[in-house]
Design a protein around this ligand. Structure first.
Ligand code: G4P
Length: 536
């Protein structure tokens, strides 16, 4: 192994890249902030990333963000903790999230799922969870807000198992909840950790560990009281039968989720979670490509684009392509081969997020996310490499939009700008565009994952392309890609509320109003294969 490789290997091995997912308000932002606090990337919690103070990338749709008080863009944060270099991929937490939220999961090696202890599994989590399952990435569950009255912990794990269909393995177990939340029992250590409250969770929390054994009974009672002692003793007896056995191999395959209880607000259980999480996750994973698996530990740089963000600077109409580095080392200004464009490009103005600051990066490694200047040539899923043998990474799936609208151009004289604008916005992956199955380009149907994207589309066409549009909502909520190559879509026998459309590559798709119609069509057409995900 050459000198350089040793250094690269060391850097790559200390990296951990994960996405954090949850339903809005479960506490994702607070937990992220607490990770930064423990990583010493910030000194006091409550100063950054609060909803009201969040500083996101300056984009042209900042206005929409401001008006709605939400963030449309997702960001990446990097910090160091205990010798690890951690990349957190944050995802927009509002109801109207976009495809970017899903795509972010493509760039992560694992996911942290934050669940509100008083609510259990909620809708948004289910959607995001499905994408994690598709990728077989490890999923870590943090049951948050235990400082508030929470559901019974057994009900919470049962809910995860039933709703999400994944087995659970609690790593710790809560001692009380609400104002009686005293700490957690550590199953692996047979000890309890009790926490001492700090000022509103602004600083790291102190904790004390006591082994759970007869000779310590008095001390245990002194810390948690008779009632919680009894309850915990009962819970521990039940627990072994109620959950799956700890199995790291299954965790790493995403078949079993380790569960942690805590409170991001008061910091209870946050560091504990972080430590276990870092122990259980692996350094950046290999990725599939057209020439087989690409190992992260390599002297050759390779990366793929998972997100494109347009017009961060209106004057230049530029775009930033966010890429996940899969192997090797990146150096600012390096020339790499853009596989889909079939030519060498210089990756310029590379940026990275550190806490809430955006800054230029000089060097980055497999596992890291960088944003580079895109002259309008890159697309989602594109591969970049300086390896001798050229290859493409596996495509990023196209996620099923759930809202559809017909787009009407108000001033038909501006057809050219309209087509250019809508195509560029679609290329960035913010919307998907379709056409009627049997007619020309005149009728455009737009599909989005979150309805907010309709507003973004309208806003951007007006502001950037000077084109006014009217969107007429369509009643469909389900889209399916037809997987059979040999089927004549004209012969598919549908239901009265089904619609046949095609994408820009002329692939046939079906739109449905409800899942019942999907089943009906599958029954009526033997051998028909429909998929929820397409590929780019
Ligand atoms: P999100 O990113 O998942 O949308 O959630 P976020 O962290 O913004 O948290 C949503 C609300 O829940 C916030 O309150 C936050 O303070 C609170 N919260 C987060 N974690 C905990 C916890 O462990 N315990 C308790 N009791 N509350 C928690 P808010 O009033 O909406 O906002 P703010 O004014 O406090 O910022």
């Amino acid at each position: 192994m050459s000198e350089i490789n040793k250094e690269i290997t060391k850097e790559i091995e200390k990296r951990r890249t994960f996405a954090i997912i949850s339903h809005p308000d479960a506490g994702k932002t607070t937990l992220t902030e607490k990770f930064l606090l423990y990583g010493k990337a910030i000194n006091t919690a409550g100063s950054v990333k609060g909803k009201k103070t969040s500083k996101h990338a300056v984009s042209d749709w900042m206005e929409i963000e401001k008006q709605r008080g939400i963030s449309v863009t997702s960001s990446v944060l990097q910090f160091n903790y205990d010798g690890f270099c951690i990349n957190i991929l944050d995802t927009p937490g509002h109801e109207d999230f976009s495809e970017d939220t899903y795509r972010t999961l493509m760039a992560a090696d694992s996911a942290v799922m934050v669940i509100d202890g008083s609510k259990g599994v909620e809708k948004q989590t289910i959607k995001l969870f499905k994408v994690c399952v598709l990728r077989h990435i490890p999923i870590f569950t943090f049951i948050n807000k235990m400082d508030r009255e929470a559901n019974d912990p057994f009900d919470l794990i049962e809910d995860i198992e039933n709703v999400l269909g994944i087995e659970t393995c609690p790593i710790n177990w809560p001692i009380g909840s609400g104002k009686d939340f005293r700490g957690v029992y550590e199953r692996g250590e047979n000890a309890i950790t009790t926490f001492m409250a700090t000022t509103n969770g602004q600083k790291e929390v102190d904790s004390e560990k006591i082994e759970w054994k007869d000779e310590n009974k008095e001390e245990l009672l002194a810390h948690i009281g008779d009632e919680l002692f009894e309850k915990l003793s009962e819970d521990l007896e039940l627990l072994d039968g109620a959950s799956a056995e700890y199995d790291l191999a299954r965790i790493r395959k995403g078949e079993l989720t380790p569960v942690f209880f805590g409170s991001a607000l008061t910091n209870f259980g946050v560091e504990n979670f972080l430590r276990h999480f870092l122990d259980m996750t692996s350094s950046p994973l290999a990725r599939n490509s057209s020439i087989g698996e690409i190992s992260p530990i390599s002297n050759d740089f390779s990366a793929f684009v998972f997100k494109i963000q347009a017009n961060m600077n209106k004057a230049h109409r530029d775009r930033i392509a966010f890429m996940r580095i899969v192997s090797g080392q990146f150096k600012a200004g390096m020339e790499v081969f853009h596989v889909q464009g079939n030519k060498k490009v210089k990756l310029s103005q590379p940026q990275q997020m550190m806490a809430e600051e955006r800054h230029i990066v000089e060097t980055a490694y497999a596992g890291d996310i960088i944003g580079v200047f895109d002259p309008g040539l890159f697309s989602i899923g594109d591969t970049f490499t300086n390896a001798k043998e050229k290859f493409e990474f596996e495509g990023i799936p196209t996620f099923a939009p759930e809202h559809f609208a017909r787009v009407r151009q108000i001033d038909t004289m501006k057809r050219k700008q309209f087509v250019k604008g809508i195509n560029q916005i679609a290329q960035e992956g913010a919307i998907q565009i379709f056409q009627e199955f049997n007619t020309g380009m005149e009728e455009i149907i737009v599909g989005v994952v979150g309805v907010l994207q309709f507003d973004v589309l309208k806003f951007r066409l007006e502001n950037e392309y000077n084109v006014d549009i009217r969107l007429e909502p369509l009643p469909y909520e389900y889209i399916r890609w037809v997987e059979n190559d040999d089927i004549d879509i004209n012969h598919i026998s549908g239901t009265s509320d089904m619609k046949k459309i095609k994408d820009l590559k002329d692939n046939p798709l079906l739109l449905f109003v409800n899942p019942w119609s999907i089943n009906m069509v599958l029954e009526r057409n033997e051998g028909l294969k429909l998929s929820e995900f397409g590929t780019n």
